[in-house]
Design a protein around this ligand. Sequence first.
Ligand code: HEC
Length: 172
Amino acid sequence: MKIRYLVTPCVALLVAGCMTTSDPQGPQANAWEQYKDWFKVTPEPNTGDPTGFLGNVHEGLNAYRDVYVNELGRDVNQGEASFPYPAGSILVKETYRNLAAYNAKQNPDLTIMVKLLEGSSPETSDWEYVMGGDGLNRGTGTSGVAVFCHSCHTAAAETDYNFMNKSFLNDH
Ligand code: HEC
């Protein structure tokens, strides 16, 4: 019994230490390499500011943007299961600077959201935000990337911080 009392706080400290020293990270870039084969959420690319929340991010109002969701996240995105997304769901947004670039399929920028295991990043409702297809610039918790991305995605909090989904597209 005595040993157990001693061990429990040590384990708790270790776990707390791990969580503060390293932010959790989702899968590497090959996890979304094949996103073009995934379910395409946007039947037509978005341009302008359909949600009213875009401002000049995601390359601004002239950009053309398509959103894709992986198999794990598809049912929630399409209204066949309820929010929140299950861990492992990935949303990819492909952004082209303008119509000409879209038509030429020229150098899209990728921004990605990965749903991590429950409790991994309470500040972002367990979303990891990734800026760029190479996956090098990414963040959870209170990191700069996470705060920047999540503060705006909060406008879509009711749909688990995801703007483009079937119910939004049906209403617009
Ligand atoms: C100023 C607001 C704003 C910021 C900041 C922002 N986004 Fe978005 N994001 C949007 C809007 C609005 C959409 C909906 C699609 C559209 O209009 O193109 C969107 C869509 C997305 C999507 C497609 C899934 C969805 O929710 O529809 C991903 C993935 C995404 N953003 C990732 C990111 C990442 C990663 C960052 C940070 C590097 C980021 N976003 C920063 C406003 C923002």
